[in-house]
Design a binder for this molecule. Structure first.
Ligand code: ADP
Length: 460
């Protein structure tokens, strides 16, 4: 096992990694920007190094400073968390070239899976179903021909896209032609790569993803699925495990497909294969995330396996001490991502000071957060305040516990997405377990009406 790991991240995920380190008896090194000097991950770590000024570009994305921090502190390995440099193959390479163990998959795998068009090709080669689609599309006419071939609607995707960005839906040829040009310009500006491809747009799919991990000995295991259909602008808001739409048989099939793809690329470390699950039970590969995900905790709750510790253990060269049939899904878990934002103002991010924070507790509740009373949420990074997770013997109990946990939780001084989550947790479509990725769009007027009622009763 390593003696010391540098955590190249901030916020709740940096803390999560450091907690795993502490349980493993490993020292942790925090890096931070000047704006984060008072952050919990800095206080929690055994050592910390300031790597630059407040913006991400000047600090958490500054590769030379991070490598220097690892060198001066004598860290042996670097854990990137999610976001920032986690899917940056170049950074992974530099870490390895400088003699540090990269806690993640190999740079080549990050590179090929990071390009969505290449990842699609690999999925096809691995015998994993993909949504009908094209390779890179070079002209407006080629785009129009693809629309004709698959039938509308279709979705234009930036091959370098991510985080819900770089996608445009087109419902007819005129819209496709218009969006094709705009999508390329946008992709070039956002990702520095204007490559786009076209997929058939499934109208009401569910987003179901399979967690997997590979050790250095060629063992690749899957840990069941998560349903992340409740999204806003293609970004996840609520995740749960297992998916209400997945039977044990389907779980086996999706898990096997995910493992086939991972085997095709000799995958090591933690990763997630994302699928769209159609109404008829067919599933299609969407993309692979070559890192730990925000929502990994719900899988930990239902499997009882500490994915973060295993991610570190396999990077240190330990083989799994369990096999696929030892991994069982028990009960149900849900996660709500609580953001500093105002749901009544189109979810506008609202950073600021949290005057008082009180964590929910009791049976079946887990909170991953970096917030403490009197903490100033800096405006330079994402607006995630906390991940509240609950576990119950079934979905009903997990939901009941989540409603309770959300009402116990206090973030004084900031508007948060908590009231919005409470609305979702009382919504009949969500409760029926039938929400698709269209849920928010379809239910928004009901949810907003509920929010207004909630605000009124709090005033009164
Ligand atoms: P990102 O990498 O930006 O997260 P993804 O490819 O994972 O993008 O897609 C994000 C979301 O976009 C999915 O969860 C789904 O809601 C929607 N989506 C993507 N592709 C399709 C498709 N072919 N049909 C319908 N919805 C899609």
């Amino acid at each position: 096992m390593f003696k010391k790991i540098l955590v190249a991240n901030r916020g709740e995920i940096a803390l999560r990694i450091m907690r795993a380190c502490r349980e493993l008896g490993v020292q942790s090194v925090a890096i931070h920007s000047t704006a984060d000097a008072d952050s919990l991950h800095v206080k929690y770590a055994d050592e910390s190094v300031c790597v630059g000024k407040k913006t991400s570009a000047e600090s958490y994305l500054r590769i030379p400073n991070i490598i220097a921090a690892a060198e001066i502190t004598g860290a042996e390995a670097i854990h990137p968390g999610y976001g920032f440099l986690a899917e940056n193959a170049h950074f992974a390479e530099i870490c390895v070239d400088n003699g540090f163990t990269w806690i993640g998959p190999g740079p080549d795998v990050i590179r090929s899976m990071g390009d969505k068009a290449t990842a699609r090709t690999m999925a096809v080669e691995a015998g994993v179903p993909v949504v009908p689609g094209t390779g890179l599309v070079d002209s407006e006419d080629e785009a129009a021909a693809a629309g004709e071939r698959f039938g509308f609607p279709v979705i234009i995707k930036a091959t370098a896209g991510g985080g819900g960005k770089g996608m445009r839906v087109a419902w007819d040829e005129a819209e496709l032609r218009k969006n094709y040009v705009a999508a390329r310009t946008e992709a070039k500006a956002a990702f520095g790569n204007d490559g786009v491809y076209i997929e058939k747009y499934l109208v009401s799919p569910r987003h179901v993803e399979v967690q997997l991990m590979g050790d250095n000995f060629g063992h690749i295991l899957h840990f069941g699925e998560r349903d992340c259909s409740v999204q806003r602008r293609h970004q996840k808001l609520i995740e749960e495990a297992p998916s209400p739409a997945v039977t044990p048989k389907l779980r086996g099939e999706m898990g096997a497909a995910a493992v086939r793809l991972a085997e095709r690329v000799n995958y090591r470390s933690a990763g997630t294969v994302e699928f769209l699950l159609d109404t008829d039970g067919s599933f299609y590969f969407m993309e692979m995330n070559t890192r730990i995900q925000v929502e990994h905790g719900v899988t930990e709750l239902v499997t009882g396996i500490d994915l973060m510790k295993w991610m570190i253990r396999v990077a240190a060269g330990e083989p799994f001490d369990f096999v696929q049939k030892d991994i069982a899904v028990k009960g149900h878990s849900i996660e709500c991502r609580i953001n500093a934002e105002n749901p009544e103002r189109d979810f506008m991010p609202c950073p600021g000071r949290v005057f008082y924070y009180h964590a929910p507790g009791g049976p079946g509740v887990r909170v991953d957060t970096h917030i403490y009373s009197d903490y100033l949420v800096p405006p330079h990074y994402d607006s995630l305040l906390a991940k509240i997770m609950t576990h119950g013997k079934n979905r009903e109990e997990a939901i009941a516990r989540m409603r309770r946990a959300l009402t116990e939780c206090v973030f004084e001084g900031l508007p948060t997405s908590t009231p919005f989550h409470l609305e979702v947790l009382h919504n009949p479509v969500f409760l029926s377990g039938k929400a698709t990725t269209r849920f928010l769009e379809e239910e928004i007027s009901h949810l907003q009406e509920g929010l207004r009622g909630r605000a009124k009763s709090e005033e009164g």
